[in-house]
Design a protein around this ligand. Sequence first.
Ligand SMILES: Cc1cc2nc3c(=O)[nH]c(=O)nc-3n(C[C@H](O)[C@H](O)[C@H](O)COP(=O)(O)O)c2cc1C
Length: 302
Amino acid sequence: MNGMKLAVSIAGVELKNPIMPASGTFSAREFSKYIDVGRLGAIVTKGVAPVPWQGNPPPRCIETASGMLNAVGLQNPGVDSFIANDLPLLSVFKTRIIVNICGHSLGDYIDVTEKLREAPIDMLELNISCPNVAEGGMAFGTDRNMVERVVGEVKKRAAQPLIVKLSPNVTDICEIARAAESAGADALSLINTLLGMKIDIHKKRFALENKTGGLSGPAIKPIAVRMIYQVSRAVKLPLIGMGGVMTGEDAAELLMAGATAVAVGTASFHRLTALTDVLDELTAFLKNNNISDVNALREIII
Ligand SMILES: Cc1cc2nc3c(=O)[nH]c(=O)nc-3n(C[C@H](O)[C@H](O)[C@H](O)COP(=O)(O)O)c2cc1C
């Protein structure tokens, strides 16, 4: 269809289309061998901490029915090395850059945010929802008062619009979403992984060295759809939806649930071209349904 509109806007930042990688599942340098990274709506980095983190000991990833468990534990080179070595390589791709930030403490989040003030990036994504780190991570994202405090302190120091990434490991995700909104978040992303466990009954031990891990992939998509729908009714902020998207039709489902953009994670491990395939399939879905603006999907289900 000529004149099809794929562009979306998140907190005043225009993306050429709504499809982007989910944090921690994508390296622009590696994936550029298989896909045209510049076609994506944005690049999203793995979590960046103030200092290098080793991550958890192996085994760190294991396949499960319709998904996977990971306990990578936010391995990263630290913000100084990220700015010096990784960021210059991302800028060549002619798309938006979203940097995911992680920490063990409020001070960690503040350090990274301040160091990124002058960096050539478009948005920050605050990961207060990682289930795989002992301190920080999910502990922040599951307590309404902590969410308000961390988001408020980071927002004060952020030079770029702030996306807050929500954990699904809570009783009431709308309460957490409202806390992030009232503390100044510019957008929300959801969902991070669900805390899970697998036991190898033959070896009689935990399948992951960390014992627990984050569940992702198609198994979690109905939970993502439900939470996106609920949160989209609870707050006014734009949402980036994620959780089990394998195809363009899955992306359309998250958009209809209320998301403005969609991230693709685990699918990229299964199929290296998943991101651009999802974009092409979503475009075909819109065309087949005579929808000329991707933003119209959000208005369909009320
Ligand atoms: C191996 C792996 C590493 C991840 N690392 C991060 C991370 O560093 N920061 C973050 O916010 N989310 C991280 N996530 C969560 C994903 O960004 C995403 O929220 C989740 O996997 C659900 O999407 P999916 O089902 O499409 O994978 C990671 C997920 C996986 C599978």
